[in-house]
Write a protein that binds this ligand. Sequence first.
Ligand code: DQA
Length: 146
Amino acid sequence: MKLLVMNGPNLNLLGVREPDHYGTETYAGLCARIRSYCEENGVEVDFFQSNHEGAMVDEIQAAMGVYDGIVMNPAAYTHTSIAIPDALRAVKLPCVEVHISDVNAREEYRRISYVRPACIGAIVGHGTDGYLEAVDLLRKHLEGGA
Ligand code: DQA
């Protein structure tokens, strides 16, 4: 099983960026933690981060035939992008949406996700551990258990 973990705009600044919302773990630290979790569970994993919507669409398209599933924190594009969920529907790869903060308990506009209808599930407000939960959800889905 091979998964792609995608992160959208400003998530490269994890650790520096608004720690009250996003904690103190750096992006590099998060990737290392996800990688070791995947290794322990026999899952291959690659990472992609971009501050550009089109680059994310390109990466989703390129994932077709290469990955079995996608873990994605689309960041601010969650609340604005139609191109990202369209790309997910086009490639038909199962995707789990992740948000580090509890987007439902913040500004009204963060409650809207255009990406969610194109996903098999969402993990919201569990901090960076949510990425590991998303890996588990995809594993269960791909192994036919969920
Ligand atoms: C976020 C929540 C979004 O509203 C925000 O724009 C982000 C991060 C989260 O992980 O909590 O950049 O996706």
